[in-house]
Write a protein that binds this ligand. Structure first.
Ligand SMILES: Nc1ncnc2c1ncn2[C@@H]1O[C@H](COP(=O)(O)OP(=O)(O)OP(=O)(O)O)[C@@H](O)[C@H]1O
Length: 117
């Protein structure tokens, strides 16, 4: 029963992220575009695996970053150097995921797009 409640909260969290957080909404749109591109360029199974993993990585990192931002603002709404540091390193985690996703996108799509020209 506790497991079911956990799943319910988790689904509620996903719903809240998608409906209230613009940074997540942008990433969801990017994920949809990447998936459409995947079908257009007929990715191999390995390419699909890599793409799906980085989409998940970016969404998870962005979601955790959002959670840390919210927690920081709740615990300490005023300006504080430590809050700035915490938010910066949290944003850094999302940044690492974004950089990795660009590298993977480049590896998958650069040769395919180059072939079009
Ligand atoms: N309370 C604070 N004290 C010190 N620095 C802060 C504080 N709030 C924000 N900052 C600085 O501003 C940066 C951006 O903060 P934050 O991510 O909360 O704003 P945002 O970019 O408007 O986020 P969002 O639009 O997702 O709410 C932080 O990484 C940090 O450097």
């Amino acid at each position: 029963m506790d497991r079911l409640r956990g799943i319910k909260f988790s689904l509620r969290g996903i719903w809240l992220l998608i409906t209230t957080e613009s940074s997540i909404q942008v990433q969801v749109v990017v994920a949809i575009v990447a998936t459409a591109a995947g079908f257009y360029f007929q990715l191999t199974t390995t390419e699909w695996l890599a793409q799906t993993l980085v989409i998940g990585l970016v969404l998870v990192a962005e979601s955790l970053n959002t959670g840390i931002e919210k927690l920081s603002d709740f615990v300490h709404p005023d300006y504080h150097q430590k809050i700035g540091f915490i938010k910066d390193i949290s944003a850094g985690a999302a940044g690492i995921a974004a950089i990795i996703s660009l590298v993977i996108a480049g590896i998958i799509y650069f040769p395919k797009i180059a072939l079009l020209f």
